[in-house]
Design a protein around this ligand. Structure first.
Ligand SMILES: [Zn+2]
Length: 430
């Protein structure tokens, strides 16, 4: 999820990409024509894992059914699109807007978790809940989408380690320590320069305990979104490899939530994986600059629309912001697919090909993907582009999912070694 914390202008979102009309008029087999037989064969023999999609908000707020075959639907994920893209596993993001859910973060977290289970219940022939490496492999063998869950933002645990464990028991297998908002134990890159926010110089002692408890449970620690100092505190604390579920490279696009080359090398040393975000604002400097330039006006437009709804006593959902962000994003030229592939390539060169993967941010960026990527159905284009750059079939398989599977397996192994020891943690922060 790339939506801004409202009133902040350093985060953005928007859709430069496509209007409903364009999406509808796209020939259904365009993707297939652009993919060579060799790329198709490499792609179809891969176990493809994406570590970040915000579709649960669509499930909950729009009543969207993942089985939808509506040709006018502009969403990135449906079971049909998943099948066409040979996507094997998706980590569905459990993202609780910290502004509109004040006072009931946990309740909304549970509602979103429920929405993912409900979809799996509706479509048992094509989708199954998955909680482990073994589950992902089992789903792949039976040609079903493995549905996993990651919580995006540590505020969901309400400073309570019991809740963290409950989320694990419900199947959550990673947690992004912060979203764009600094919480009470982890600084975020999204508001690190805002003097009105109380910061902690990275992770608090409780924050470090959260990381260790996640190691013990076997929940992957996700460092996307966190402030730089938080990242380094995590690296110094964790006993297991970490993931960046949806982050790109700062050397190529200077967004504060992208990762520096030093961070990329640290993740490599830690044995983790950085899964590249498909959002044009994080992958293309021109897009980022154009979006920054319109941030003030765009945020004011969003504020005005929300204030109008509030005054009328109407409920506010993410859709209200999403609609306006798409309008503003449509004013910015859509970057080429090369922008996204450059990030995969850069991280593979700096951190190594064992430490890069896919973290699309599908359905969480108001449609702002590069040319050629309109949905999960277009994933074969990434395989084609990597093949064109000289990547071997083995390396492409690692990038498409093998690396994440290795990290997840190691996180499970570390957890096995730690579980016998009783938790020494304080239950509540402060
Ligand atoms: Zn996000």
């Amino acid at each position: 999820m790339t939506r801004p914390v409202l009133s902040l202008s350093i985060f953005l979102t928007a859709c430069a990409s496509f209007s409903v009309g364009q999406a509808a008029s796209k020939p259904p087999n365009l993707t297939d024509a652009a993919i060579s037989a060799q790329a198709r064969s490499i792609h179809d023999s891969a176990l493809i894992i994406d570590t970040h999609a915000d579709t649960p908000q669509r499930f909950l707020d729009e009543g969207f059914d993942i089985g939808s075959t509506d040709p006018n639907d502009i969403g990135h994920i449906s079971l049909d699109k998943v099948r066409r893209g040979n996507l094997g596993a998706e980590f569905f993001s459990i993202w609780v807007d910290p502004t509109t859910n004040q006072g009931h973060f946990a309740q909304h977290t549970f509602d979103l978790i429920d929405s993912v289970y409900e979809q799996a219940t509706r479509h048992p022939d094509r989708m199954m809940m998955a909680f482990s490496v073994a589950d992902i492999e089992r789903a792949h063998k039976t040609h079903k989408l493995a549905a996993l869950m990651g919580i995006e933002g540590g505020h969901s645990i309400e400073n309570d380690i019991h809740l963290l464990r409950d989320y694990y028991r419900l199947g959550v297998r990673y947690m992004t320590l912060s979203w764009s908002n600094t919480n009470e134990w982890a600084d975020s890159s999204g508001d690190i320069n805002d003097p009105k926010i109380q910061h902690h110089n990275g992770l608090t002692d409780f924050g470090k305990q959260v990381v260790l408890e996640m190691n013990r449970l076997g929940m992957m620690v996700d460092i996307s979104h966190v402030a730089d100092k938080t990242f380094w505190d995590v690296i110094a604390t964790t006993k297991a490899p970490v993931i960046a579920s949806h982050s790109s490279a700062r050397a190529l696009c200077n967004a504060p939530r992208n990762m520096t080359d030093d961070m990329l090398r640290a993740v490599a040393k830690n044995g983790g994986v950085v899964d590249v975000n498909f959002f044009s604002g994080f992958d293309d400097q021109n897009y980022w600059d154009a979006s920054e330039a319109q941030a003030k006006e765009r945020d004011a437009a969003i504020e005005a629309a929300l204030a109008k709804k509030r005054a009328a006593g109407q409920p506010i959902s993410y859709l209200d912001e999403d609609r306006i962000e798409r309008e503003w994003g449509a004013k910015i030229p859509r970057p080429p697919l090369k922008s996204l592939i450059d990030h995969i390539d850069h991280i593979a060169k700096v951190a190594g090909v064992d430490h890069v993967g896919l973290g699309s941010d599908f359905d969480g960026m108001s449609g702002a993907t590069p040319e050629g990527i309109d949905s999960a159905a277009d994933l074969p284009r990434i395989t084609q582009a990597l093949l064109d750059r000289g990547y071997s079939a083995d390396d492409i398989h690692k990038i498409l999912g093998g690396n994440l599977l290795r990290v997840f397996r190691e996180v499970e192994r570390v957890s096995q070694g730690l579980l016998e020891a009783p938790s020494q943690l304080h239950a509540i922060a402060h």
